[in-house]
Design a protein around this ligand. Structure first.
Ligand code: B12
Ligand code: SF4
Length: 469
């Protein structure tokens, strides 16, 4: 007899069916492959990332598990409704289901609140045996020991990097806009051997895919000694390149940076958020120091590490003058690419509490909480200032001459000593990543930031579809 089938979908769309947006992301998020890896073999599993392909509502799966964050919640409810019409059992999990279960539970047959590891095998067993409960609660901040490897074999081949994993959860900082502040869990690390096992688990992947990886930690470096230990072990794997996300303060530790190089870290995602000190203070991001950006980013270029940088507009202390100078100042810092977004008051964060208390929330439709919409009244700038800056910075930063200038600056900065053949090979590989990161974000800017801008600007939106479900 064939096994029941489970389809895991990691949702991504939020602009309505008329306006699907497929992202050119180099890597998938971890949640889907991880939940698939936690699934006991009593069901067949399929994984679908909605960031790269549409949902097939005519699937033969019996159970549909949706993973989603806040901005996808309205979409998730609609997806669940459509699957219910087809008599499927639909399960919710992920960040929003974990923080606002009461809003989620009515739309699903099963809601998993919290981290999947310790509850998901039981949920699947109960589903298969027809005795599932409405809600399952995971323990708060469980141990991260012995998490099985993600099912990389199920990840769509369109992602250049499929090996995504994490070495820790949480963060030691408390930025006021960050989703992690909602639950305020302690920073936890995984055993180094488990991380290395993840990165070596699957021998069936094509060889290049076994040589590229991304660590999805919120802050790889929250426990810097543990991070160094991980890097020492990763260095032994002789990866071609890995991407890592960590906070700016880690760059002060020279040994950490040396070990990033030894582990072949090719891309660092660092949330700079702002080049304006008062704005950084306003979001409690005091571990960033604007006067160090230029020098430390130069240091990363010299070590041949690409920098992908989170940047945020509509922060309370932003001024029109800051926006005016931002393109030039960004060009001086010269991150390889930026993820520019409009500040999102994610429900439950200190930022959300503040804008609600000051009566500045203007939009409660969660679908708009995606970083491309302004959902509150900023304090020191107008809506128009924000939109204009958003479009202008994206336009200038992602213009072809500007991309080429940054690339040239990057490839000519390298100061290491290496056999010339290795140097050429690494430069080519890193250049491919440089251009794909810029392509990903340029594409995002073109399709989400400018698309329909003339229609939506008056409504206080940038780049969103004028129609919503
Ligand atoms: C990869 C990533 C992305 C990718 C892909 C996102 C996607 N939706 O596909 C990209 C780069 C596109 C992205 C974009 C954004 N992101 Co992002 N991203 C991440 C990142 C680094 C990793 C996600 C991940 O894989 N996590 C690891 C997994 C294991 O954690 P998890 O998802 O919580 O899963 C656990 C549980 O929640 C649960 N679970 C999850 N799903 C399911 C499903 C089921 C069925 C069950 C039972 C359980 C379950 O079990 C899991 C294991 O314990 C996280 C930071 C982080 N480390 O989480 C930020 C993060 C998720 N992103 C965030 C933000 C703010 C954004 C942006 C809005 C940024 C911006 N301003 O533009 C955009 C929004 C998306 C968009 N419009 O494009 C926030 C959270 C947002 C929120 N509202 O909750 C995070 C947490 C960063 C942060 N510290 O604030 N992001
Ligand atoms: S440093 Fe990053 S992950 Fe840590 S609290 Fe701030 S935004 Fe969140």
């Amino acid at each position: 007899m064939s096994k029941p089938k489970l389809l895991i979908i990691v949702l991504f769309q939020n602009l309505g069916e008329e306006y699907p947006y497929y992202a050119r992301s180099p890597a998938p998020p971890l949640a889907g492959a991880l939940v698939a890896g936690l699934t006991p073999p009593i069901v067949d599993v399929e994984l679908l990332h909605e960031m790269v392909r549409p949902i097939n509502y005519d699937t033969d799966a019996d159970f549909i598990a949706l993973s989603f964050m806040d901005y996808c919640a309205p979409h998730a409810f609609e997806v669940a409704r459509r699957f219910h019409e087809r008599s499927k059992i639909v399960i919710a999990g992920g960040k929003y289901a974990s923080t606002f279960p009461d809003a989620v539970i009515p739309h699903f047959d099963v809601t998993v609140v919290g981290e999947a590891e310790q509850v998901w095998p039981q949920v699947v067993e109960d589903l298969v045996n027809g005795r599932h409960q409405k809600v399952y609660h995971a323990p708060f901040a469980p141990s991260l020991d012995n998490i099985p490897p993600p099912r990389y074999d199920l990840v769509e081949s369109v992602f250049p990097v499929v090996m995504v994993t994490e070495t820790s959860r949480g963060c030691i900082h408390r930025c006021s806009f960050c989703q992690l502040t909602v639950e305020n869990k302690p920073y936890r690390v995984r055993p180094v051997k488990d991380v290395i096992r993840d990165l070596t688990a699957i021998k069936t992947l094509p060889y290049p895919k076994r040589k590229l990886a991304m660590l999805m930690d919120n802050n790889f470096g929250g426990d810097i000694e543990h991070a160094k230990q991980v890097l020492r072990e990763i260095a032994k794997l002789k990866m071609w390149a890995i991407g890592i996300q960590f906070s700016f303060d880690c760059l002060h530790d020279k040994e950490y940076v040396d070990l990033l190089v030894k582990a072949n870290c090719g891309m660092a995602f660092i949330g700079l958020e702002s080049l304006n000190e008062p704005s950084l203070a306003a979001i409690h991001k005091r571990h960033n120091h604007v006067d160090e950006y230029q020098q430390l980013f130069r240091m990363l270029r010299q070590r041949r590490i690409l920098t992908f940088t989170g940047m945020m507009l509509a922060i309370d202390e932003d001024t029109p003058r800051y926006y005016e100078n931002l393109p030039d100042n960004l060009a001086r810092v010269s991150p390889s690419s930026i993820l520019m977004s409009i500040a999102i008051p994610i429900p439950g964060t200190p930022l959300h509490k503040r804008v609600v208390a000051e009566n500045r929330l203007t939009d409660t439709n969660l679908a708009n909480y995606d970083g491309d919409h302004l959902v509150f009244r900023p304090k020191s700038v107008t809506d128009q200032d924000v939109f204009r800056a958003y479009k202008r910075i994206n336009r200038l930063f992602f213009s072809i001459p500007s991309i080429l200038r940054r690339w040239w600056r990057f490839v000519t900065a390298y100061s290491g000593e290496e056999n010339p053949a290795v140097q050429v090979a690494k430069t080519i590989l890193i250049s491919i990543f440089f251009f794909s990161l810029n392509y990903f974000e340029r594409d995002h800017a073109n399709r989400r930031v400018y698309a329909n801008a003339s229609l939506t600007e008056d409504k206080g939106e940038v780049g969103a579809t004028p129609k919503r479900r």
